[in-house]
Design a protein around this ligand. Structure first.
Ligand SMILES: Nc1nc2c(c(=O)[nH]1)N[C@H]1C(S)=C(S)[C@@H](COP(=O)(O)OP(=O)(O)OC[C@H]3O[C@@H](n4cnc5c(=O)[nH]c(N)nc54)[C@H](O)[C@@H]3O)O[C@H]1N2
Ligand SMILES: Nc1nc2c(c(=O)[nH]1)N[C@H]1C(S)=C(S)[C@@H](COP(=O)(O)OP(=O)(O)OC[C@H]3O[C@@H](n4cnc5c(=O)[nH]c(N)nc54)[C@H](O)[C@@H]3O)O[C@H]1N2
Ligand code: SF4
Ligand SMILES: [Mo]
Length: 780
């Protein structure tokens, strides 16, 4: 394919513009904005080929988020974000061989993630020898040999860590964990460690399974959906269609969020005439503008009101039959919540008591309730107990295991849930390891491996010497950027299997390699013919995904091919694996999956059914709870206030509308009214005044932590925004500099990216003292 030049605009943070935040999401502007870049970069033909196959039964799974497809699909089962993801991946712009001689690694480190991503697709394996500052192109054989020799030369397999990001297919993930365990370690950190790990722990300990207990159709059947700590308008856009369906069927929706996110207010469905012409559907019936970290108190307050209502009208409020048959712990929970006082709740949540009462009334009136949540809940110090409180509230009225009701952690990466099902976890349970060992005739390691945060401590201590990543951009995604980069640079070798350039390729070990791979959208033809892969969505539906575009280069290997070739050299015949065969025919991988992974029997056959199949889920299907006692557990959790000393603020880090995690598509955050920049700090107007600052002023944001280390982000613009007093927000991954590595959720070790203590000071750089060029929003 002919090289096309990347078009990279020069983004000057000085020209940032701010207007009022939007009240609605999607509709015509969204479709227009989404199609424009696709057509510009890809050419109309390739763009159309891509979008028409996205999320169709014979096409590829949208590589963006994990939101499910309805069983009746329209011709346009995609959203703006999906189109952006596909465009970013499938644009036929490639990095030429000369690039590596022209740019030193040091120079590239000065570039932004946006610039790096816009250079185009990686198509050749490259290698940076020790002591050099440039990558150079090498052959695939050389690349595999260098990595294998290094791994095989380690004193212990635990000196290597193997990261996975959640776009990886089930087939690649299964082979990868086999390679790692065959090699002899459980060091399998993944993006989930930073994402829904807290959900997995809390749900595992209470209902016995860390996955959503709802199906797609349940959203349309619910009387009430409570969305907590989630911004679906940007991060799961087609979820708004499911919410709209709930409303059309007479259900109501409540959003609990510090920010009035656009999609929560009004939604214009781009696939419906009324969405384009009308005002759209009002989605949220109630919006509770909660303080950062206040959710646990809110949930306890609602549960307490449920229990009080039962006291008043015995036998009519709780689902006694369900509680007796299927649950334990009710008495302790009752006893605990009696002592909760309203004052504590009001302080923690910042919510008027009337709003809390209103939500309790809504909950009591509804027969079928779904609670959904995402990063606003999971990336908190008390995330695990908070999610346990979600489960408590649901269990009290039997809202698990019946139509239109359930617990719904909304996953991020398109296959992050499938990767876990396939064994990507540093702590897979013994039953899985037994089955794996039996299938491949070896003894898998049993000691738990390291998670994402632990990986960095082990690197810093010199215990992890080789780092391999199957996708992702861990150095930008993890907390404490300075600490993390220093730790990564202590390793002896870093190996990144990637589709595009990112910062993780530039913060390297002594030696480093980049192995380019095919994307989800691209055809994958092997010796036995065209191949497909499979993925699992947020509601446990497993289905096939077939790329249809011509790969941007014929030199690319698929992820399963890369992992098999490494497996042959690193593990070889130490286990009974047909490494050569897997690459030729992915059915062979699926045969193993069918025998090893719970719920995947006859995988090859069932994955070929139209629309795939649904994995079993005890709580959802039959109110069977795979806990040690066979019962769902109501838990007692102690509240702890988020401390905010005078003069400090609590910062959350979040996603803009123009990014995919660490991938920056552009510099606008349309729904929040930001154009042309990302270096902004959203702040409550009263805080701005009290701190003697002005809207639009440049400030420095200092992290405050007991270790006293300097963590600072300089020259960010203050943007007056409807966020609760004391709570500020900035974009991830820029804000990761401020999150201390040991600031993690209790129990799940997930970085607490949503409550970081900071201090804000005027930036004293004379050139920026005045913010005259700042275009403030017109008064609302
Ligand atoms: N376009 C796009 N789609 C994506 C992604 C992307 O980057 N871009 N990322 C994917 C991934 S991996 C994930 S995990 C998901 C993330 O999806 P989200 O969880 O929606 O992502 P965030 O931007 O982190 O937004 C967190 C939301 O929680 C709110 N929040 C923060 N703190 C609190 C709190 O203490 N309490 C409550 N109640 N709310 C709070 C924030 O205001 C914000 O609305 O999206 C996935 N989809
Ligand atoms: N402060 C803060 N930190 C956070 C978060 C937050 O909200 N705040 N969110 C956390 C969350 S929820 C997550 S999930 C993590 C995300 O952490 P990661 O999953 O590590 O990061 P991504 O940005 O999703 O990874 C993007 C890279 O993946 C590669 N890639 C894309 N598609 C493919 C593919 O098909 N194959 C391969 N091999 N590579 C591919 C590309 O090279 C791209 O640069 O970040 C976490 N970090
Ligand atoms: S909602 Fe998520 S999976 Fe669906 S099209 Fe949009 S980005 Fe893709
Ligand atoms: Mo995520």
């Amino acid at each position: 394919m002919a090289r096309k030049e990347p078009r990279v605009e020069n983004v000057d943070e000085k020209d940032i513009q701010v207007t009022s935040p939007k009240e609605w999401a999607a509709g015509i502007p969204a479709v227009y904005h989404s199609l424009k870049p696709a057509v510009q970069h890809m050419g109309a033909k390739r763009a159309l080929e891509a979008t028409f196959k996205m999320n169709q039964k014979d096409g590829f799974d949208c590589p963006s988020c994990a939101w499910p497809d309805p069983s009746h699909r329209s011709k346009f089962e995609y959203c703006e974000e999906g189109v952006k993801a596909v465009t970013w991946e499938a644009s036929p712009v490639i990095i030429p061989s000369e690039f590596w001689a022209e740019h030193s690694i040091t120079e590239l480190r000065g570039r932004t993630e946006y610039w790096l991503g816009m250079q185009g697709r990686l198509t050749e394996p490259v290698y940076k020898p020790a002591g050099e500052d440039h990558y150079r192109v090498i052959s695939w054989d050389e690349a595999f040999r260098i990595v294998a020799d290094k791994l095989n030369g380690l004193d212990s397999p635990h000196e290597a860590a193997f990261y996975t990001s959640g776009r990886t297919s089930n087939e690649a993930a299964f082979l990868y964990q086999l390679l790692v365990r065959g090699f002899g370690t459980n060091n399998l950190p993944d993006c989930s460690n930073m994402c829904h790990e807290s959900s997995g722990w809390a749900m595992g300990q209470t209902i016995g399974i860390g996955k959503a207990t709802v199906t797609y159709d349940d959203f349309g059947k619910a009387d009430l959906i409570i969305l907590m700590g989630q911004n679906p308008g940007t991060n799961h856009p087609r979820m708004l269609t499911a919410l709209e369906e709930c409303k059309r069927n007479g259900g109501s929706i409540v959003a609990v969020n510090p920010l009035p996110e656009a999609g929560m207010r009004r939604y214009k469905n781009p696939q419906k005439v009324r969405g384009i012409a009308g005002k759209g559907t009002e989605l949220a019936d109630q919006f509770l503008q909660i303080r950062l970290g206040g959710d646990m108190a809110l949930l306890q307050a609602i549960s307490k009101r449920v229990l009080e209502a039962e006291e008043k009208n015995p036998g009519t409020v709780l689902d006694h039959d369900f509680l007796e048959k299927h649950c334990e712990g009710l008495a302790d929970l009752k006893e605990h919540l009696v002592h909760l006082d309203d004052q504590t709740v009001v302080e923690a949540t910042g919510l008027p008591i009337e709003e809390i009462n209103e939500l309790a009334d809504r909950y009591l009136r509804a027969e079928k309730v779904i609670i959904t949540w995402a990063m606003g809940i999971t990336q908190q110090k008390k995330a695990v107990p908070t999610i346990k409180e979600i489960i408590n509230l649901l269990l009290l009225r039997g809202n698990i295991g019946k139509p239109g009701a359930g617990a719904a952690p909304i996953r991020g990466h398109s296959n992050v849930q499938g990767d876990r099902t396939m064994g990507i976890w540093e702590q897979m349970p013994p039953a899985f390891l037994d089955a794996l060992g039996k299938e491949f005739n070896f003894d898998p390691p049993r000691d738990h491996g390291v998670d994402a945060v632990e990986t960095f401590y082990k690197m810093q201590e010199g215990h992890i010497k080789v780092f391999v990543a199957l996708g992702g951009n861990l150095i930008s995604a993890i907390s404490d950027t300075q600490f993390a980069e220093a730790a990564m640079q202590k390793t002896e070798m870093t190996v990144q299997i990637s589709i595009k350039l990112n910062r993780s390729h530039l913060i390297t070990g002594e030696e480093a390699l980049i192995l380019p791979t095919k994307g989800r959208t691209e055809q994958d033809i092997q010796e036995s013919g065209p191949q497909f892969v499979s993925v699992e969505d947020t509601v446990c539906v497993v289905h096939a995904s077939r790329g249809n575009l011509t790969p941007v280069s014929q030199n690319l290997l698929s992820e399963p091919a890369i992992v098999s070739r490494l497996g042959a050299l690193v593990v070889g015949d130490r286990i009974d694996a047909d490494w050569e065969g897997y690459e030729k025919n992915y059915d062979l991988i699926r045969d193993h999956i069918g025998r090893v992974v719970d719920g995947c029997d006859n995988y090859n056959e069932r994955i070929r059914h139209e629309g795939g199949f649904v994995l079993p889920n005890g709580p959802r299907d039959s109110r069977t709870f795979p806990t040690p006692t066979g019962k769902a557990v109501l838990t007692v959790n102690d509240l702890e206030a988020v401390e905010r000393p005078e003069g400090t603020l609590i910062l959350q880090s979040l996603r803009s509308h123009d990014q995919w995690n660490t991938t920056i598509y552009g510099h606008n955050d349309r729904y929040r009214g930001i154009r042309g920049g990302r270096h902004v700090l959203f702040m409550n107007a009263q805080d701005i005044t009290e701190l003697g600052l002005a809207d639009g002023q440049y400030v420095d944001i200092h992290g405050i932590h007991h270790d006293g280390a300097e963590r600072v982000l300089r020259k960010f613009r203050v943007v007056s925004y409807p966020t609760p007093k004391g709570c500020v927000a900035a974009y991830y991954p820029e804000a990761n500099v401020l999150v201390p590595m040991d600031h993690v959720a209790e129990g799940s070790n997930t970085p607490v990216s949503k409550t970081v203590l900071v201090r804000v000071e005027p930036n004293l750089d004379p050139a920026h003292e005045q913010a005259e060029d700042f275009k403030t929003r017109a008064p609302a």
